[in-house]
Design a protein around this ligand. Structure first.
Ligand code: ADP
Ligand code: MG
Length: 438
């Protein structure tokens, strides 16, 4: 067994067997091309390569360090691209030293599907990429999970970076860590230099700034400096600035200075086109039946699409058959079951309680106070909708007489969802939160 194979066999002990069999097993190690700097593995296609890269390359690299005492670049690539990839990997490593965070190179305008739900945000982003720092500054993009906010923001970043501009892309968390590190090391000047002297600052999921007072202070000054210098700022968030709690008023008002663009969940047609686009990028052939089927079963966001495609592709490859609608249904049914299995009543209770400012024990109590009844109804609705628990099971859990009480609650909530837009948004938000935490 060569070192590359040994590392994979060690990896096998650390990851779920199903993941190993589905993905890692398909890798082959190129002993000849590998060196003390680079470990080169071939994957059968780009999807599997990308999946392994994001999910396992750090682990593989760590195992190499353990078993060869060398810190190597792990390169997961296609046979035809080995030489290019080794070079690219080197570049990435070099660049990483100076760059803050890398933009995903496939997050481009070309790869972005425009539909009714996102055309305004798309047009705004496009304009910003043509005249950065000029017309819409900041550009504030908001909307639910997995609907393309990061993609669009990075598309602008990619255009400007390719023109040689210094683009910083950061999450609030990275910004915070960076801030704390500089603070600890007593070199805040460097921190200020870095963020106030870039050409473009992309800051993702700004809602996480809420209640972090000193970070808000720092961000405020960064913002002012950039804005004064006509440097472009792009911000994403899950909510409109007005709706972000725990955020200083002066920041809120500044976020409204430029342009605020929302993205809605994609319509069916947009979902279909996104799937087609992802197939094209990853060179996967699917017939229209399968594409339509995927579009109808995914949630109202695009985040799952790549996972689904890679799963279908890997299975089909493994079993050496074509992907037809029956096959897709079978594979994805299992996925839906898996998704649901991760969502438990406890998880839902925790999230609902936290979001609505009550205690889980209050939700389960017999209290009739308004906000608790409200939280209880929502919790019941979500438990019924997102878990496999039956109405009698839920009645028992919530201490109700029988299932008719649950069915009554479901009816009430469904009516509210239909007639009250704010309520609908709230439920959708909770839904997304639960799914992204599970
Ligand atoms: P968000 O930041 O809004 O949570 P992302 O930008 O991370 O969502 O998008 C999730 C995934 O869906 C990414 O792979 C992205 O490329 C894809 N996606 C979302 N919207 C679109 C779109 N309109 N066209 C193409 N891909 C999209
Ligand atoms: Mg995002």
């Amino acid at each position: 067994m060569n070192i590359g194979e040994k590392v994979l066999s060690k990896l096998k002990e650390e990851i779920p067997e199903i993941e190993y069999n589905r993905y890692i097993k398909q890798l082959s190690f190129d002993e000849k091309k590998s060196s003390s700097d680079n470990a080169i593995y071939y994957a059968p296609n780009t999807l599997i390569a990308n999946y392994i890269k994001t999910k396992f390359s750090e682990k593989i690299s760590h195992l190499f360090e353990v078993y060869s005492s060398n810190k190597v670049n792990v390169v997961i690539t296609l046979k035809s691209k080995a030489d290019v990839s080794v070079k690219a990997a080197k570049n990435v490593v070099d660049k990483e030293k100076i760059k803050h965070s890398l933009l995903n190179p496939s997050h481009t305008f070309d790869n972005f599907v425009v539909g009714g739900s996102n055309q305004f945000a798309y047009a705004a982003a496009k304009s910003v990429s043509e005249k950065p720092g000029d017309i819409y500054n900041p550009l504030f993009i908001y909307g639910g999970v997995g609907i393309g906010k990061t993609h669009l923001m990075q598309a602008v970043g990619n255009v400007l970076q390719n023109q040689g501009k210094n683009v910083i892309y950061t999450s609030v968390e990275q910004f915070l860590n960076d801030f704390l590190r500089h603070l600890r090391n007593g070199n805040m000047d460097r921190f200020k230099d870095k963020y106030r002297n870039c050409d473009v600052l992309l800051i993702d999921d700004i809602q996480f700034l809420s209640n972090k007072d000193s970070l808000q202070e720092e961000f405020f000054h960064t913002f002012e400096a950039l804005k004064n210098d006509k440097k472009q700022i792009i911000i994403t968030s899950d909510k409109h600035p007005k709706q972000i709690g725990g955020l200083e008023e002066r920041l809120k008002s500044r976020f409204e200075w430029g342009l605020i663009a929302d993205i809605q969940p994609p319509e069916l047609e947009t979902k279909i086109n996104i799937i087609k686009k992802k197939c094209e990028i990853n060179r996967i052939k699917l017939n229209n039946d399968v594409i339509n089927y995927i579009a109808t079963i995914i949630e109202n966001n695009a985040r799952e699409i790549e996972g689904i495609l890679s799963k279908l592709h890997a299975y089909a490859k493994l079993m050496n058959i074509d992907i037809n609608i029956e096959f897709a249904k079978n594979v994805l049914k299992e996925q839906q079951r898996e998704n649901r299995a991760n969502i438990t009543i406890d998880l839902i209770m925790d999230i609902v309680a936290k979001e609505l400012n009550v205690k889980p024990s209050e939700i389960k109590s017999k209290s009739r106070s308004r906000n608790i009844v409200y939280a209880r109804r929502i919790a019941i609705y979500l438990c019924r909708d997102l878990t496999t628990n039956s109405m009698p099971q839920l009645a028992q859990y919530f201490g109700m007489k029988d299932h008719t009480a649950i069915s009554h609650t479901m009816k009430k909530i469904n009516e509210l969802i239909k007639n009250d837009e704010d309520f609908r948004t709230k439920i959708e938000e909770l839904n997304n939160k639960i799914k992204s935490t599970s």
